[in-house]
Design a protein around this ligand. Sequence first.
Ligand code: QUE
Length: 354
Amino acid sequence: MSDDVLYSVNQHGTATIVLNRPKALNSLTYDMVRVIGEKLTEWKTDHNVSVVVIKGAGAKGLCAGGDIKTLYEARSSKQALHDAERFFEKEYEVDKAVYRFPKPIIACLDGIVMGGGVGLTYGASHRIVTERTKWAMPEMNIGFFPDVGAAYFLNKAPGHVGRYLGLTASVIRAADVLFINGADTYMESDALERLIKQVEYTNWRLVNVKETLEQMIKEFQAEPPQESKLAPDQDAIDHHFRFDTLEEILQSLENEGSGFSVNVKKLLLSKSPFSLKVALKQLVDGKQKTMEECFATDLLLAKNFLRHKDFFEGVRSVLIDRDQSPNYEYQHVSDVTDDEVNQFFQPSENVRRS
Ligand code: QUE
């Protein structure tokens, strides 16, 4: 067994999961999500575990997402395609297990928390952000779509801010993660380290776990250093992103012509037109879905993207060749038909391919 994920249980009832692939920003492999899933299943009913801590090793942060470089292999081998499908199945299963976990989970959203890192921690009961937090759903940068349950949790953000974040892949800081309901508490990174030490030293067998934990977190809690950037933009975001088609959103941004709308339009036009349309439908449909239904849709879409040119072009241009000039299948959103988008929400054996 590799040590890409570390786990431990101390004698006082604190269990810890450490994502331990710091050279790859702790991006998640199949073996990592498998081990996390096994431990959560075990700890759910283990009377020696009262509290779970999830954190990342190294200075950069919690987790940059999935191990995209390995997923990229799926383009050239049947075995790699099968492995990639298995990764998404296990990853989403573990994300769901975090939502359902019956004991407190403290998620340390310190530093980079993106994509798969967001998915792994969104369902945790006590999510803590710091001055170092950089949070994003960055999948639109690689011709993919905001997965790991984003159609569920981005719809928990105020107004249409979740759509904006998913489609533009914007990076946000602590105050905004709180604003979109992606975290529960702010504290300084140093304070978070002290909190976790105190959690580890506490004998959870002797106390009311929930009350004691919440009292403890309160003692370290502080006000975020920067104000929310999204809150002042929310009226503009809601105005432009209230539409259910990309054509209308882009037209609305064009009509306005302010600095903000020009920038947002430019951002959207840098993405795969096909990915944009699939993601918007996923997020619109997600409003009516349960968390579990959102993950089921994500699995279907992930498997279809593993068979679509734009995902590999996106990954190639950002992480392999780093030329930042993807040659996506379509040039304009108007070239992508509703029929093709709708087809993509069907199992892969039903997707027509050219
Ligand atoms: C979009 C993404 C990811 C990304 C960049 C994007 C992602 C991901 C990584 C990543 C970064 C550094 C690594 C690594 C992976 O980058 O999901 O192995 O060392 O994991 O624009 O979705």
